[in-house]
Design a protein around this ligand. Structure first.
Ligand SMILES: Cc1cc2nc3c(=O)[nH]c(=O)nc-3n(C[C@H](O)[C@H](O)[C@H](O)COP(=O)(O)O)c2cc1C
Length: 177
C-alpha cells in the first residue's frame, strides 16, 4: 500500500483537508497527516486521526520508543507529500529550505514527489514574494495544483481558494500511478 503524507497548514481551508483524507483513504492509500501548530488552531488532530486511521504527527520532539528522528522515518516512508491547504508561510519555508517544524523538516528530508495545493487571501497569493517562492519550487520540480478564483473567507473575491478536494485527489492519484 502506498503512503501519502498529508501536510495540513494554518489556512481557513484546513477543514477541507478532512474530506481530502477521506478520499485518499477511499483510494486505498495509507495516509499519515502532519499538522503545523497553526493548523491545529483551525481543526483538531482527532478528526484526522479518525479519518486516516493513523496517528497524527504534530510535534518533532515528541518522546517515542523508536530512536529514529521522526522526520526521517516519515520521509523514508513517503511515496508522495501533499500539502493541502498550503499557506503562504509553508510555501516560503520550502522555497528557502527552512526546517523549523515537523512539516518543513520532513519536506526537506524526502526525495519523493511534492504536491502543493495553496489557499490564501488574494493579496497574499499575488504578493511578489509568494509568486517568486512558487516559481522557485516549480523549478525544483514541485507540482502546484491551481489555486481557484472565487469568494474568499476574508470577505473578498479573487484568486486564493483551495482547489476542490476531488480535484486535488484526482491530480495526486495521477502523479502516484
Ligand atoms: C482566520 C485566519 C485565517 C487564515 N487563513 C490563511 C490562509 O488561508 N492562507 C494563508 O496563507 N495564511 C492564512 N492565515 C495566516 C496563517 O495562519 C499564518 O501565516 C501562520 O503562521 C501559518 O503557519 P503554518 O504555515 O505553519 O501553518 C490565516 C490566519 C487566520 C487568523
Amino acid at each position: 500500500m502506498k503512503t501519502v503524507l498529508l501536510g495540513v497548514t494554518g489556512s481557513i481551508a484546513a477543514y477541507k483537508a478532512a474530506e481530502i483524507t477521506r478520499l485518499l483513504k477511499k483510494a486505498d492509500l495509507n495516509v499519515v497527516v502532519i499538522m503545523t501548530d497553526s493548523a491545529q488552531e483551525f481543526i483538531a488532530p482527532l478528526t484526522f486521526q479518525t479519518l486516516s486511521q493513523n496517528s497524527v504527527v504534530t510535534n518533532m520532539f515528541e518522546k517515542r520508543p523508536d530512536w529514529h528522528p521522526i522526520h526521517i522515518s516519515l520521509a523514508d516512508s513517503a511515496d508522495t507529500l501533499l500539502i493541502a491547504p498550503a499557506t503562504a508561510n509553508i510555501i516560503a519555508k520550502l522555497a528557502n529550505g527552512i526546517a523549523d517544524d515537523i512539516l518543513s523538516c520532513t519536506a526537506l528530508s524526502l526525495d519523493c514527489p511534492i504536491i502543493i495545493a495553496p489557499a490564501m487571501n488574494d493579496k497574499m497569493w499575488m504578493n511578489p514574494a509568494t509568486q517568486q517562492n512558487v516559481e522557485t519550487l516549480k523549478q525544483r520540480g514541485v507540482k502546484f495544483i491551481n489555486i481557484e478564483d472565487g469568494e474568499l473567507a476574508c470577505g473578498t473575491e479573487g484568486k486564493g481558494r483551495l482547489a476542490s478536494p476531488e480535484t486535488i485527489v484526482e491530480i495526486l492519484l495521477k502523479v502516484m500511478i
